[in-house]
Write a protein that binds this ligand. Structure first.
Ligand SMILES: C[S@@+](CC[C@H](N)C(=O)[O-])C[C@H]1O[C@@H](n2cnc3c(N)ncnc32)[C@H](O)[C@@H]1O
Length: 321
């Protein structure tokens, strides 16, 4: 079910690589397909890759400190996101930036033998720790690991029921594209959850805010609200883990939300929401406005109806001459 992250074409599988229709090759090393694309990544992604190359081995030892700082239980806090995913046994789930698999194990436990869990990350070093952990445990769903960039996904359109990411979004080189890709691979009616660090704006001038942002500058990142896709429905945002991490959950709709913008709005002005938006033509002078107001008042039509008829009749007459 993998496709090319470069041109979305189907892949042909060779002995130790996949190849797309343009000849792009994606190597399979130590059993892990490497779909990382583009070949030249933005600085923030290169820095992430470098950081995890040097720190992957210590990640699981030091990560619990984040939860201890706020006196909260990691299982309970992560459980809030997993509950919000509303998983069902046969779901196909994608976790982007799964790291060493701390949420992945919780997701895998919720899925049955018809479920599928695709785990991906951009860092080879950290993903290998996840692979190693999973190799020692037995889970019911089919589980596949791959190296890939979270905003160039190597997956077919509409494949997943759930898409999940926690902890890396702030530094993704293209956050808007990441959301577009999540929506592309998720079925309409599916659900997406993303989260990362964020010091709420009302705490940024407090001692709590300043001290924590000094130690971990990632708390300074803004919420990615302007990047949310138009397909996002039932959007919920909450902070957890001491109130300095957020997660956003939403259901995936089709296109823009629908509204009735074509009913006649009662009152003097009249028109519909649509005609008020699209119906602008050149302005007229003040004297004409006053005359039009009087004429409208005389026959009791809304200004929209009167104007529409007056302009239409004048235009038809002109065109007939
Ligand atoms: C803080 S760790 C979180 C790991 C895991 N989700 C967790 O909660 O423990 C951030 C992860 O995002 C990954 N990451 C960073 N940039 C990425 C990108 N562009 N695409 C995919 N993964 C990325 C990192 O390699 C790292 O494993």
């Amino acid at each position: 079910m993998y496709i090319s992250p470069a041109n979305k074409s189907k892949l042909s599988k060779k002995t130790n690589y996949y190849q797309d229709s343009d000849g792009n090759k994606f190597l399979i090393q130590d059993g892990l397909p490497n779909f990382i694309y583009p070949k030249e990544l933005p600085k923030s992604d290169l820095e992430s890759i470098e950081w995890y190359k040097n720190n992957a081995a210590d990640y699981d030892e030091f990560l619990p400190l984040t939860f201890e700082t706020f006196g909260v239980d990691e299982d309970i806090e992560r459980g809030k996101m997993i509950n919000a995913l509303k998983l069902e046994k046969d779901h196909k789930v994608l976790e982007i930036g799964c790291g060493t698999g701390r949420d992945s194990e919780k997701i895998a436990k919720e899925l049955g033998e018809n479920g599928e869990l695709y785990l991906q990350d951009i860092s080879k070093e950290i993903l290998k720790i996840g692979v190693e952990k999973f190799s020692k445990k037995i889970f019911q769903p089919k589980i596949e690991f791959s190296l890939a960039n979270g905003y160039y996904l190597p997956f077919e359109d509409n494949y997943f029921d759930r898409v999940f990411h926690f902890g890396g979004l702030n530094t993704f080189g293209d956050i808007k594209r990441a959301f577009e890709e999540m929506v592309r691979v998720c079925k309409p009616g599916g659900r997406i959850i993303v989260g990362d660090e964020n010091m709420p704006i009302w705490l940024r001038e407090t001692e709590f805010g300043k001290v924590l942002m000094n130690s971990n500058p990632h708390y300074k990142y803004n919420l990615p609200l302007e990047h949310l896709p138009v397909e996002a429905r039932n959007v919920k945002l909450e902070w957890f883990i001491g109130g300095v991490f957020y997660f956003i959950s939403f259901d995936v709709g089709i296109g823009e939300p629908k509204a009735n913008i074509d009913f006649e709005i009662p009152g003097v002005r009249g028109g519909t929401h649509r005609t008020r938006y699209y119906g602008h033509i050149e302005g007229v002078d003040q004297e004409t406005v006053e005359l039009a107001k009087k004429a409208r008042q005389k026959n009791g039509k809304s200004m929209h109806r009167w104007l529409n008829e007056a302009i239409k009749n004048a235009a038809i007459k002109e065109l007939e001459e």
